[in-house]
Design a protein around this ligand. Structure first.
Ligand code: DP6
Length: 337
């Protein structure tokens, strides 16, 4: 079936005066955390979402990816300096994505990725990974002048939905779009700079995920009777969260973001069989947060397809947050940007 992202790339490749061989090109993309979640697809092949989402990027926590020609005629994929077997899921996904650029041509590539996200934070890196890979492939294949960042976001969606939001720092919104070919489903940055905004990661479980977010959302969509209420509520939450971000109304934003995350997890708990990424330790931290909030701490939680808790708060609450949660890893999203 027709795919807008693939068609755009083919046209860009046609427009660019392609060099014989790909050039070596390095790119960076920050990871991001959704304040209004993407959960559920209307089209699995194109990663088209059922609802829009809105995120905050994690500044220097992200992926550095370099793409270039391979000297020995074979594909090579490294992660954190270690060469991966090509059939490992990470290498296979990266090369399948690179195939969109090299097409039928046998252009052997070297793809090197280094994540700056502390391993102990237990955060997934597929969002920053696919965004950095998209940027690096565009650079390597000479497409930076003909493919815009919005178009890169469109392309990265084919790798992973949340990667659409990793092309910019700060707050980013991914519009779900309505078109079947996906032409209107990509992200854009919000024109908001909020230097006092803070994120803290409370690491719970650093082991590998029990289920990928992809499998988890597909299982939830297919089996959870609560899921039917999700797309409309999530769309309304996304619009309200965008308004709160633009107004820099932290109380409203925090309450909405926490409610949105808990609602997403409720759809999973009602799946059959139930799916729970949150562990006993996650709930202990949430209870501690709610008690601290009763005592005056202005911080809110959000949780993704893993056991970690992420907090959002303003600069003035930093000391209270780190006292309440001594292992909190604080991120300053607008420090350098
Ligand atoms: C819970 O982007 O990892 O983090 O599109 O299948 O690759 P795929 O899924 P992915 O899902 C992210 C889900 C989430 C919420 C969010 O980031 O919006």
């Amino acid at each position: 079936m027709h795919d807008a992202a693939k068609e755009m790339l083919q046209q860009a490749i046609g427009k660019a005066a392609l060099a014989e061989a790909p050039q070596t090109y390095a790119a960076y993309a920050p990871s991001n955390i959704a304040l209004s979640k993407y959960w559920g697809k209307r089209d699995r092949a194109r990663n088209l979402p059922l609802n829009s989402s809105l995120s905050i990027s994690l500044a220097e926590w992200g992926s550095h990816t370099q793409v270039g020609p391979s000297e020995d005629g074979l594909d090579h994929v490294t992660l954190g300096g270690e060469e991966l077997a090509l059939e490992t899921p990470f290498a296979a996904k990266a090369l399948k994505f690179a195939d969109l650029f090299r097409g039928e041509k046998a252009v052997p590539l070297r793809i090197e990725t280094n994540n700056t996200i502390p391993t102990a934070a237990g955060l997934a890196s597929s969002a920053s990974g696919f965004a950095a890979l998209t940027r690096a492939l565009c650079g390597s294949f000479g497409l930076t002048d003909v493919v815009s960042e919005a178009e890169m976001s469109l392309l990265a969606r084919l790798g992973s939905g949340s990667a659409t939001r990793s092309f910019w720092h700060g707050f980013v919104r991914w519009d779900k779009g309505v078109r079947e070919d996906g032409a209107d489903s990509f992200a854009h940055p919000l024109d908001v700079r909020w230097p006092e905004f803070r994120i803290a990661i409370l690491p719970v479980d650093v082991g590998p995920k029990s289920h990928s977010s992809r499998d988890g959302m597909n299982h939830t969509v297919a089996t959870s009777p609560l899921f039917q209420s999700w797309p409309d509520q999530a769309e309304a939450d996304c619009a309200a969260i965008e308004r709160a971000v633009c107004a820099q109304d932290f109380d409203t934003l925090g309450a909405l973001a926490e409610a949105n995350a808990l609602a997403m997890h409720a759809t999973m708990q009602a799946a059959r069989p139930a799916l729970s990424y949150l562990t006993a330790e996650s709930w202990v931290l949430l209870e501690r947060l709610w008690q601290a909030r009763k005592d005056g701490l202005l911080a809110f939680a959000t949780m993704d397809a893993g056991a970690n808790i992420k907090l959002i708060f303003l600069e003035t609450a930093t000391q209270d947050v780190t006292q309440t949660f001594p292992n909190a890893q604080v991120i300053v999203p607008f420090d350098q940007v």
